[in-house]
Design a protein. Structure first.
Length: 392
């Protein structure tokens, strides 16, 4: 009995004595401790040490999702990944910060042009951009044209039914260029035209020129000379030669199977094979026109838009004033004076969802859109399967 009383007293003393810290791990006392860390009730959000008390809240760190300005964090996106806008050091990725990151080709720590690294953090400042069906091209300040996407590398067979060499050879300055479905046409510095790409429609049988600008449709092209007259070649439809309009024009644009232009008196005219040419071309005064596959849109001299043709493509044409419009396969995009882009119609490739930015020009013909930004960069969106949206 005396032994039981002594044992019971020792047990009470062990259970009620305060703990000042982890028990001594030396000798036999370690084996006598049966404290289970999992049984502690952690109610204060601290870190459980397993010894009956918490160490307090965890120290902040880059990647915890909380921006700690006192630690110098400019961002914290809850990860430590690179190239997602916030670096693994919690520094905001910004062009001209002197660090090459993300899609930047270079970063010399300034926003100075023509110093080897442009303000867009790219080696090249683009002057313009054009789109085809599965390729795109952009021109630099020296007049050289760079293409990307299907058929953009001469002599490379990419294994598709429309794989044609449709890139402009390097080292050739041009004064005007445009893209059709599977071809690219340019004007050399003397105004003579030349085309590369799919030739079933006779696109390589160019007239002599000289021209001041060239515009391409799906399987044809048209050149406009200094007097404003227009000469077209290729086909508007299978085995149907593309006709040329009479009169003089300020500008022209081609689409899938036809062409439209703004005449000297700012009225519109269209020609070629089209289901929607039977519909009345809008009356009024216009400054530009863009042709898609089965519809077209024009910007009036007061900035309002007029679209006609396929009902699904033109149904949601926005009101307001715009400076440019680009008609695609079954959708369109318009550019506002402040540089924003709005798109409407139907597109299963994301062509109607432009990335944010300040744009000064846009272009589309089939399933993707490219825009030139205010800092001379080019961004493309929409169909990407053949690399036509991957700007080099």
């Amino acid at each position: 009995m005396l032994l039981l009383v002594l044992l019971f007293g020792c047990t009470l003393d062990a259970d009620t004595s305060p703990r000042e810290g982890p028990p001594d791990t030396g000798g036999d006392t370690a084996a006598e401790s049966d404290t289970d860390p999992d049984e502690d009730d952690d109610t204060d959000g601290g870190i459980d040490t397993g010894w009956g008390h918490d160490s307090g809240p965890a120290d902040p760190f880059c990647g915890d999702g909380v921006v700690d300005s006192e630690r110098g964090e400019g961002c914290d996106d809850d990860n430590q990944d690179e190239d997602d806008g916030c670096t693994s050091e919690c520094v905001v990725e910004v062009c001209s910060d002197g660090i090459v990151q993300g899609t930047e080709q270079c970063d010399d720590g300034n926003a100075v042009s023509e110093d080897g690294c442009e303000p867009s953090c790219r080696f090249v400042a683009w002057e313009s951009v054009r789109t085809g069906r599965s390729h795109s091209c952009a021109q630099d300040a020296d007049g050289m044209v760079t293409c990307w996407g299907l058929g953009s590398v001469a002599g490379v067979d990419e294994g598709t039914s429309w794989d044609y060499d449709q890139a402009v050879p390097p080292g050739i300055p041009v004064t005007s260029y445009d893209l059709g479905a599977d071809h690219t046409c340019v004007l050399h510095t003397d105004g003579t035209p030349e085309c590369w790409g799919q030739d079933d429609s006779g696109i390589s049988r160019e007239p002599a020129g000289p021209f001041v600008d060239v515009s391409a449709g799906g399987w044809h092209a048209c050149g406009r000379n200094a007097a404003g007259t227009v000469d077209c070649w290729g086909q508007s439809d299978d085995s149907v030669p593309m006709d040329s309009p009479s009169g003089t024009f300020l500008s022209t644009d081609g689409g899938g199977w036809g062409h439209c232009g703004v005449r000297d008196d700012n009225t519109l005219d269209c020609w070629g094979w089209w289901d929607f040419t039977a519909a009345a071309v809008p009356a009024g005064a216009f400054q530009s026109v863009s042709v898609g596959a089965y519809h077209a849109c024009a910007v009036a001299t007061d900035g309002t838009l007029a679209c006609w043709g396929d009902a699904d493509a033109v149904r949601d044409t926005p009101p307001g004033a715009w400076v440019a419009v680009a008609a695609g396969w079954d959708y369109s995009c318009a550019l506002a004076a402040e540089g924003t882009v709005e798109c409407w119609g139907s597109s299963g490739w994301g062509a109607t969802t432009p990335p944010p930015g300040e744009y000064v020009a846009i272009d589309t013909d089939f399933y993707h859109v490219c825009g030139r930004t205010a800092d001379a960069d080019v961004r493309c969106w929409g169909h990407w399967e053949y690399g036509q949206s991957d700007v080099p």
